[in-house]
Design a protein around this ligand. Structure first.
Ligand SMILES: [Zn+2]
Length: 486
């Protein structure tokens, strides 16, 4: 007995030492860079951004609501606002409203860099208009903040990139590496007429990108538990999307003599089963990278836990699972979104239908989601069909690449106090269309997101501080220089 206790004690001591060693070895991944002088950004730049917000380039729910006039106006706006880009770069339009600019580098043997953004925005719901503190399409600047739809999603990208380009052109900058600027006009409804077509064109030219940067992660402020500093979250992958429709047809009848099971009973039981069996949680890929990069910056017990993920993985996933946003980072999520059955209180309906929306983790697929749901339900009476709109999860891009380190360096130069970490983008972006021509695809918008403005994505009171927008322009200037000069 004493022997066993001694061995156990020795084991515990060794384990403790090992974990302590792992914690000591858990060193910061952050880089230090020399301070750089950033070009000042003038007020006329802010005026052009405000003007862009007034053009209602909305991607509507229904195609017949598409207003081409606003998009034609946006074409004109780009032409007159960025005369150097318009006259000095090669330009091509796709399906009238998506734009590709090419700034040819002096060394054609280098692979090009592609910067992306989208110029369409989501609609503003009419009933919510009174809840906007400033109107969504007037480009108003109040208390040094620009208000309106598109300020963060994603006209900041279009205007930020073009302002940076215009300044560099006027300064006589000459890239060694070719730079493409790609601006889609239908990202919010899938990007099939914009980004996808642009990529087909580039692929036909045999182009393979050094790296691609699109919207996605942001600079998160006071959002990540255990981290006080700002964190630039660089998306290295995005989740996929599929909806499954479950339907059942069964004899109905009068509710005074119900059979043992109705269509509603069977379908609701199936949904309960799917909800009770969530997809497995894992700390892999982008989220593992996120922890490796942020863990060393944490203090005390948090650092100890993240340094020993091999042991504490269940504890960490347990914490993440508690919130919707955390849960979305560790597993394929399951969200029933539509449920239809019945029309009258004393009639048992023949049909019941439900839709469940899944956001798929990298490494899984819409087919593996379908297969798992079929296996869980195992009821031939329920028909399962995939919804029309779907996208597979993206590949995971490397954090060891030239692209990632260029973005990391640029963040360190423009936001010297921010940490950098790879991340998983839980919503869809146009970047996924670029996989045929790029291995290294990153998703990052240079802007600060905090608890005060996080809900304004696709929501109410979308806005950005003027000084944050100016920083974004400086970020793109610096990024263009860092990525095209070598
Ligand atoms: Zn967007």
């Amino acid at each position: 007995m004493k022997r066993i206790l001694q061995t156990l004690l020795l084991g515990l001591v060794l384990l403790g030492l090992f974990m302590g060693y792992k914690t000591l070895q858990f060193k910061s991944q952050q880089i230090k860079v020399a301070a750089v002088a950033l070009n000042p950004v003038g007020e006329q730049v802010v005026g052009r951004f405000a003007k862009a917000v007034t053009l209602q380039t909305i991607s509507p729910e229904k195609e017949r609501d598409f207003d081409s006039l606003a998009f034609f106006q946006f074409n004109d706006f780009l032409k007159t606002s960025f005369p150097l880009a318009d006259s000095l770069l090669e330009k091509k339009r796709f399906n009238h409203f998506s734009h590709l600019y090419k700034w040819t580098g002096s060394d054609p043997s280098l692979k090009p860099v592609i910067l992306m953004a989208h110029l369409d925005v989501v609609p503003v719901i009419a009933e919510n208009l009174t809840d906007w503190k400033q109107p969504p399409f007037e480009g108003k600047i109040v208390n040094d903040t620009l208000w309106g739809r598109g300020t963060i999603d994603n006209k900041i990208g279009v205007i930020g990139i073009l302002e940076a380009t215009e300044t560099l052109l006027s300064n006589g900058f000459q890239p060694k590496r070719t730079l493409y600027l790609s601006f889609g006009h239908d990202e919010e409804i899938g990007g099939l007429r914009g980004a996808k077509v642009i990529v087909e064109h580039l692929k036909a030219q045999g182009i393979e990108a050094q790296f691609v940067l699109d919207e996605g992660g942001t600079i998160s402020q006071n959002i990540i538990p255990g981290i006080e500093k700002d964190v630039a979250l660089i998306g290295i992958a995005e989740k996929g999307y599929v909806s499954l429709e479950l339907s059942i047809k069964k004899e109905g009848g009068h509710s005074s003599m119900p059979e043992k099971e109705s269509a509603i009973d069977i379908l609701s039981a199936a949904i309960v089963k799917i909800k009770r069996n969530p997809f497995p949680a894992k700390l892999a890929g982008p989220i593992a990278g996120f922890m490796e990069n942020l863990g060393p910056e944490m203090g005390g017990i948090n650092k100890f836990i993240f340094a020993n993920r091999w042991l504490f993985e269940p504890v960490i996933t347990g914490i993440y699972e508690k919130t919707g946003s955390g849960n979305a980072l560790v597993r394929t999520t399951t969200a029933p979104t539509i449920f239809n059955a019945g029309i009258k209180d004393n009639v048992i309906p023949q049909n019941a239908k439900a839709t469940i929306n899944f956001r798929i983790m990298p490494g899984e697929s819409s087919s593996s989601v379908l297969a798992r749901v079929q296996e869980l339900i195992q009821d031939p009476r329920i028909q399962i069909t995939k919804g029309r709109m779907q996208s597979e999860p993206s590949q995971i891009s490397s954090t060891e690449s030239n692209g990632f380190s260029t973005i990391r360096k640029t963040v360190a130069e423009v936001y010297p106090n921010a940490l950098v970490a790879p991340f998983l983008v839980i919503a869809g972006t146009d970047a996924k269309h670029f996989e045929p021509i790029a291995k290294d695809i990153y998703r990052f918008s240079p802007m600060i997101i905090n608890p005060a403005n996080i809900k304004s994505f696709h929501g109410l009171n979308e806005r950005i501080a003027v000084k944050d927008f100016k920083k974004a322009v400086q970020f793109y200037q610096q990024l263009i220089q860092n990525s095209t000069l070598e």
